[in-house]
Ligand binder design. Structure first.
Ligand SMILES: [Zn+2]
Length: 237
């Protein structure tokens, strides 16, 4: 049992060292994540705007072709009008001319609206482009800062990670899952007793309980914070 407690304490000490290395990274990881999110958002937005712009250009070109075609038709119908022999033919052609002319007007109006849309989209894209550039620059700088910090602590971290793996392999699955659960919730999972109190939450530990903990015969947890409490003997082992 003593050994189980020792292993958990060793694991905690290594994790405390790893936490200290993480603290050196400061706010950088969080800041980088925020910039990355913002960048992704803007990139998606600009992609959609560009797509919409392309679509509007394509539609305008399509309309332009129809306009040219329809105008040619109007011209052709007007020429035919001079050669018709019956009133019925005349009426039919006139109707066709009116209809085609209306179509041309409608397409031209639509193209004007599309031109306005295009202008608006171009403006929006131009506004976002420098914003993206700024965020990219910021991301580059922050990432560089973080990489520099990580480089300084890389060796130390690697040694700790290696040691952690070795210790972890010796810990029972149940103990490890208990440890992980407390660590996830409380940061520190294993704490000693200091001045008759839990060193995690500073709640007083009764002398009766301290006596029990000194036996090192099972895992004791703090009644108020749930952290694993260890005796001085384990702490100094
Ligand atoms: Zn506690």
């Amino acid at each position: 049992m003593k050994n189980r407690l020792k292993l958990l304490w060793e694991l905690q000490q290594i994790d405390t060292e790893l936490d200290k290395l993480d603290e050196l990274r400061g706010d950088l990881p969080r800041e980088i994540a925020i910039i990355e999110n913002k960048l992704n958002e803007l990139k998606e937005k600009i992609q959609n705007l560009r797509k919409e712009k392309e679509e509007s250009i394509r539609k305008r070109e399509e309309n332009d072709e129809k306009i040219v075609e329809s105008r040619a038709n109007v011209k052709k119908y007007k020429a035919q009008l001079l050669q018709v022999k019956t009133n019925r033919e005349y009426d039919a052609l006139t109707k066709e001319i009116d209809y085609t002319q209306e179509l041309v007007d409608k397409l031209e109006q639509e193209n004007n609206t599309l031109a306005d849309l295009n202008k608006k989209l171009t403006q929006e894209i131009e506004e976002i482009e420098p914003e993206i550039k700024n965020f990219e620059q910021e991301l580059k700088e922050r990432s560089k800062d973080l990489a520099e910090i990580d480089k300084k602590t890389e060796k130390e971290r690697m040694v700790l990670v290696q040691k952690r793996e070795e210790i972890k392999a010796k810990i029972t699955r149940a103990d490890l899952s208990l440890y992980n659960r407390i660590r996830a919730a409380k940061g520190k999972a294993v704490v000693p007793i200091r001045r008759n109190a839990c060193d995690g939450c500073y709640a007083a530990i009764s002398s009766q309980k301290q006596l029990e903990i000194r036996r090192n015969d099972r895992i004791y947890t703090c009644e108020s914070c749930g952290r694993i409490l260890i005796s001085a003997e384990i702490e100094s082992s």
